[in-house]
Ligand binder design. Sequence first.
Ligand SMILES: [Fe+2]
Length: 341
Amino acid sequence: MKWTDRQIELAASMLGHYSDYSDLPKAIELISQTLGRRVSDDSLYKAFMRRDMLPLSKWFRGGSGEKSLEKEWAKFAEPNKHIGSELQSLLDEDGETNAVQKLLILPDIHDPFSDTKAVDLAVKVGKKRGTDVLIQLGDLMDCLSVSPYRDGEIKIDLLDEIDSANRLLDKLDSIGAKRKILTIGNHCARVKKYLYNNAPAVARMIDIKKELRLAERGWEAIDYGDHIAVGKVAYTHCVAGYGAKAHSDAIRDMGHSTVIGHSHRMLFHFESTICESARVGASMGHLSRPECSGKHMHKAQRRFWQLGFGSGVMLPNGVTFLSPCPIVNYKTVVDGVVYEG
Ligand SMILES: [Fe+2]
């Protein structure tokens, strides 16, 4: 087994979190899960030897169960004792903390102009696969009724849109995700803008988060222009751009791995710094119908939109492996399983 310098450093820092020598097997288990492969005592011994990390390598020379090393280990781990006990109590309290978490990432839905069949397919995936963290990337609602692009062709008012969005949220709640996050997009943000421009005296009375009963439903709401970090990835509706480079520009602008909605494209970009391994910038497609208020755009721009959503697997250390789930003929594949709408 080949070890990179970064992996060796990661393993060394994880070992330091365990203050009891008898916990060494647990530390090895955590290292294995984090690296996504089974590591052995012998492999750790050789890796630390190669880096001249003799104080660490010796723990693995004769296996991890030797009682004679117990005292020495406690001395080595003393500076990190509090971290070790905090980490362990987390693991003891909730066995799932040590497990990988499954993410379901739903991009722009633009309700009531959603592609219902596509949304239902994503919900089906979320239920069958199991969802620990559900992230909606913004533009849950289209808010055409308060859009500057409203052309009068579609008769709808904000109350209709709010009622419809609440029915959509009932559906998303039925997935049963343990954690639910909604990032407000530019379309929902139009409500506030419209009110301040047209009826400033009552602008503070209407709050879209309250109308959608997000707190009551157990959703964490992230304001437009803000982001949330889940593990080692930031999620936000948009950073600056809209076009073909919005997802890669997001890494530059955020300085961090970032997943965005907004562009309706399904794109991934990876890059590293001189010292650190991969950062990802991704956009996860959309779940809307073309008659959402993108109608004002030229059809040619929608050529690059992709119906679909995203899935992810987050390791205990927060590293997240993201996957695009394009929907083609109302079928998609997640973790090697074919789902049909
Ligand atoms: Fe959108």
